[in-house]
Design a protein. Structure first.
Length: 128
């Protein structure tokens, strides 16, 4: 399995991993009796993280307004997964970084920084 990424339309090779999910508040509504009469659903929320190699994080910091990646305008991440002869594409829309920090130890040879993302929408382009 392999994957490719674009961030704001720019191909990015420095992505090690991406994780994302959506959650929706759900409530059972009760009338007479002990079992739910029906169910209502609330807002949909999205969250995720992106694992970037250290040099990519430094480049983002350097290009960010005021040196804060949290101040980078909203962007889109296209995540394309290829497995065998099939591929699937997911777009993480209206993304922004919510935190910045480093966790590095002496002797680290492969430094990947996981940065939390605020995500506005998730689009499964090819379906599931």
């Amino acid at each position: 399995m392999s994957f490719t990424h674009t961030i704001s339309g720019v191909p990015t090779n420095g992505v090690q991993r991406v994780s994302f999910k959506d959650m929706q508040a759900t409530q059972n509504n009760y009338g007479a009796g002990r079992k739910p009469y029906n169910r209502t659903k609330g807002k949909i929320e999205y969250e995720g993280t992106i694992g970037l190699f250290l040099d990519v994080v430094w480049a983002l910091i350097k290009s960010a307004p005021n040196g804060r990646i949290q101040d980078i305008p909203e962007f889109e991440i296209t995540h394309r997964v290829v497995f065998g002869a099939q591929s699937k594409t997911v777009k993480l829309k209206y993304c922004c970084f919510t935190e910045n920090g480093l966790d590095i130890s002496e002797g680290d040879m492969n430094v990947v920084i996981d940065l939390p993302l605020s995500i506005g929408d998730i689009e499964f382009v090819d379906g599931l």
